[in-house]
Design a protein around this ligand. Structure first.
Ligand code: COA
Length: 374
């Protein structure tokens, strides 16, 4: 048995930002237009008028202040209300592959490694640009990695499930190292015309290099233990996936083809599931909350994270103990906890123990207990 370790992480952040103010302005213009177009039906009581969104609500309900996206022009155009992502030819790199390669190069650089040191690529994400060939194999080819690659999808928990898959292969000796990449084009499956959820997501890609600990050449995080759990639920669901609305073939624009959630139920059902999962994982590994130096949680909602952080530590977390990035990135699905980890872990000291945890659709929850070696 070999010990796996996280030796590098990288984040690709899109250049374009949408603030809550910009988002609400576009949504309200769309709502006004829809209400004007449907004035007769509204007056007759056949349909309800669309209500305005508000910046105050978004911040209060979620803690989100802005989000990065690949294309803001389409999202903010009341005539479009979704990103305009050019359909690439089969000979060009896909969008997900391009984002993931950027993040992967940063992870390799941090670890002081090159493509030659990597044996496998796992592309773990909520929405895949196509069914096959696997996006991971395209990333493998673009990076010049030998070995193998495959895609997997466990929605918002994809990163931690991917880390477990990689860590298990490293432990068993079938590979020496793997890149787990999480390119999340959430803007392409968000329903930007739905007031209840239009503010939730952003785009990003993260990469995590996992190697045998004996191969680490710098500061790293030993993976002490991983744990995954799932329970079926329809409360977060997407029936058709990637940017269905941009199809020129006249396929009906059904609401269920984009992200749908019953946010209140998610709150009520996922919070106990995650708190119990983490508590049991820590107990089984003899990790006391007093000894947990940092918690990097899935980034969906600030209230949710405040609740979980308090449950896990048994007290209100001190600033920095449970870092949030959702105010800047919004919910980036599987990438969220890895952004938080990547941007808030360098200062930990030799022997410090931390926990990465993601959760979401499925339902799914995955946790990774790590120990810093500085
Ligand atoms: N602007 C203004 N008001 C809005 C609004 C908007 N954009 N969207 C909803 N509202 C209103 C609703 O109409 C409702 O009004 P009412 O009380 O008069 O009926 C009110 O705000 C409360 O709505 P509710 O859905 O109960 O809000 P909430 O506090 O639960 O927050 C979420 C909504 C989605 C942010 C929250 O439930 C959440 O984050 N859930 C879990 C999300 C999650 O983890 N998802 C996983 C995805 S990976």
């Amino acid at each position: 048995m070999y010990k796996p370790a996280i030796t590098g992480t990288g984040v690709f952040t899109p250049e374009q930002v949408i603030t809550n103010a910009e988002l609400v302005k576009a949504f309200n213009a769309y709502a006004d237009r829809m209400n004007a177009e449907n004035a007769d039906a509204i007056a007759a009581g056949d349909i309800k008028p669309m209500e305005h969104s508000s910046e105050e609500f978004i911040f209060k309900a979620s803690g989100i202040e802005q989000r990065f996206v690949l294309d803001k022009t389409g999202v903010l155009d009341p005539d479009v209300m979704h990103p305009l992502l050019r359909q690439r030819s089969d000979d060009e790199p896909g969008v997900m592959a391009e984002m993931a390669v950027d993040a992967a190069k940063k992870a390799l650089a941090q670890a002081g490694k090159t493509a030659a040191d990597v044996d496998a690529v796992i592309c773990a994400a909520s929405n895949l640009e196509r069914a096959y060939p696997a996006v991971a194999i395209e990333i493998q080819q673009l990076l010049g990695i030998e070995g193998f690659a495959f895609d997997m999808n466990v929605a918002c928990s994809s990163a931690t499930f991917g880390i477990q898959a990689a860590a298990d292969m490293i432990r068993s000796g079938s590979i020496r190292s793997a890149l787990v990449v999480n390119p999340e084009i959430c803007s392409a499956h968000l329903e930007w015309r739905d007031r209840d959820c239009h503010f939730i997501f952003g785009d990003v890609a993260t990469a995590t290099l996992i190697e045998r600990e004996e191969d680490a050449t710098g500061p790293h995080f030993e993976i002490i233990s991983t744990r995954c759990a799932t329970e079926f639920s329809n409360n977060i669901r997407n029936n058709n996936g990637f940017l269905r609305r941009s199809r020129p073939d006249g396929v009906a624009d059904r609401r269920d083809m984009q992200f749908m959630q019953n946010g209140r139920k998610v709150f009520k059902e996922v919070l106990p599931m995650v708190s119990q999962h983490i508590a049991q994982h820590m107990a089984d590994e003899n990790v006391e909350s007093d000894n947990l130096k940092r918690v990097w949680l899935h980034q969906a909602n600030k209230t949710m994270n405040d609740f979980i952080g308090k449950k896990v530590l048994g007290r209100t977390p001190e600033p920095g103990e449970q870092p949030n990035i959702l105010q800047d990135y919004a919910n980036t699905s599987s990438a969220g906890s890895i952004i938080a980890f990547s941007q808030n872990s360098d200062d930990l000291e030799e022997g410090d123990v931390g926990l990465i945890c993601s959760f979401g659709a499925g339902y799914s929850v995955g946790s990774v207990i790590v120990k810093r070696h500085a």
